[in-house]
Design a protein around this ligand. Structure first.
Ligand code: HEM
Length: 406
């Protein structure tokens, strides 16, 4: 445990770090990539360019400092970070690198305020949090390696089928190149794809698994990422997968991870509400397929919000499921005004729209999509007083970005 003096020092510097948090971590990343370029390939350059990763770490550090005497409030955050780290193969030996660069950056930002006592207290506090993460990450690595069909690190998988799902989303069906069986996973989890880059290094991305567990393949459905802003590059990995990876090719993947999933062992009577926007359909599709199998009688409401039919993935598949399963109602919401087919309506997924579909507000909610969609749903559920245990979401990117907008 941390002693009272360390806790007091860390808490007293928390407001200064909160004020300079982003500058601190921006400086930290620059410094770390200069002194320890070996860790750069772990990071998604798109999140770096847009400043998202800097804000994520700044947010984590300041939240940690503010709650250092009450770490239970960070419980969910620890699991989210540990799962993300484990998906990217962050190992104990990487922690001193981050720790050293972080302390040096704190020293530079605090200037004269960075006394030895302050730096030592932060060193201890960092070590304490690092040990919690390292411990949880070891458990995840061991679980993933120990389960039937499991493995540790990156393993070669062959693309057994490549299928276009919409104008910008393509599915890749993956089987182990060595013919080994596939591991179980929880619907909602993601895998990591690692590819080589032209500079002779490698880069990694997480992709949600879009089919249910227990299939003879792992399926990812990848959106071609165009540059979101003028100074942000197009998605290197998604474009490479779309343009260069064909059926029969081999790619490297790391085992399924993630703390957003449907627990099919939980038996609830209340309805299950699955809300997806855009490519957020990928984990939701896995959850939908698993829920239909696990809960044949439970009321399931599925909504997919998209720009228009052209970019809508799994439209036919979800419509077919709703024909086959009486307990499923599927709805489509297009934000582009224009021609409609089927039961799609025009507009956004607002509280009023949702209210019109539900028999009551008491339900388990799972949602995934772009930031404005997530923020609006999250606020609506909060306003409705839905307990946190019934609200589950996945955000593609550092979660701090979502909380910042909320
Ligand atoms: C106590 C130490 C650490 C804390 C508090 C921490 C915190 C975080 C947080 C909050 C996220 C964002 C999670 C999300 O919302 O998706 C994250 C992601 C990440 N962390 Fe850490 N981290 C720590 C140590 C490390 C270490 C040692 C490494 C290894 C170099 C590392 C590499 C990464 C990477 C690569 C990501 C994903 C970044 C991306 O999306 O590009 N972290 N970490």
């Amino acid at each position: 445990m941390l002693n009272a003096e360390t806790i007091a020092i860390v808490k007293s510097t928390a407001p200064i770090l909160a004020e300079h948090g982003e500058a601190l971590t921006r400086h930290f990343y620059k410094r770390m990539f200069l002194h320890n370029p070996e860790v750069a390939p772990f990071f998604n350059p798109a999140n770096q360019t847009a400043g998202k990763q800097q804000r994520a770490l700044a947010g984590a550090i300041t939240a940690y400092a503010a709650n250092i005497d009450n770490l239970e409030v960070l419980g969910g955050a620890v699991e989210l970070i540990a799962q993300k780290h484990a998906s990217l193969m962050i190992k104990p030996e990487h922690y001193p690198i981050v720790g050293e660069n972080l302390l040096a950056s704190i020293r530079e930002v605090l200037g004269a305020g960075a006394t030895d006592a302050v730096i030592n207290a932060w060193g201890e506090a960092y070590g304490f949090l690092a040990d919690i993460l390292i411990g949880r990450e070891k458990q995840i690595y061991d679980e993933n390696a120990g389960k039937p069909g499991g493995w540790e690190g990156f393993k070669s998988f062959r693309v057994s089928r490549k299928e276009q799902e919409s104008s910008n989303i393509t599915s890749f069906y993956l089987v182990a190149a060595d013919g080994a069986p596939l591991p179980s996973f929880k619907p909602g989890q993601y895998i990591t794809v690692r590819v080589n880059t032209p500079d002779g290094k490698s880069t990694m991305r997480n992709y949600s698994l879009s089919d249910k567990p227990g299939q003879p393949h792992l399926r990812i459905s990848v959106k071609r990422e165009l540059p979101p802003e003028a100074n942000t590059p197009a998605g290197y990995v998604s474009n490479m997968l779309h343009d260069m990876i064909e059926s029969g090719d081999v790619i490297e993947i790391a085992p399924p991870c993630g703390e957003f999933f449907l627990d099919v062992t939980e038996r609830h009577e209340r309805p299950l509400v699955l809300l997806a926007a855009g490519v957020g359909i990928t984990p939701i599709m896995s959850i939908l397929l698993s829920a239909l199998e696990a809960f044949p009688k439970r009321e399931i409401i599925f909504v997919h919000a998209v720009l228009n039919e052209e970019v809508q993935a799994f439209g036919k598949a979800s419509a077919l499921l709703s024909q086959r399963h009486d307990n499923l109602k599927a709805y489509y919401r297009y934000s582009d005004a224009g021609e409609r087919t089927g039961n799609a309506t025009t507009g956004l997924v607002t509280a009023e729209y949702l209210e019109g579909l539900l028999t009551g507000r008491d339900a388990d909610y799972y949602f995934c999509g772009p930031q404005p969609f997530m923020v609006s749903i999250y606020h609506d559920l909060l306003k409705w007083g839905i307990p946190a245990s019934q609200v589950h979401f996945e955000f593609f990117g550092p979660r701090q970005e979502l909380e910042r907008a909320a």
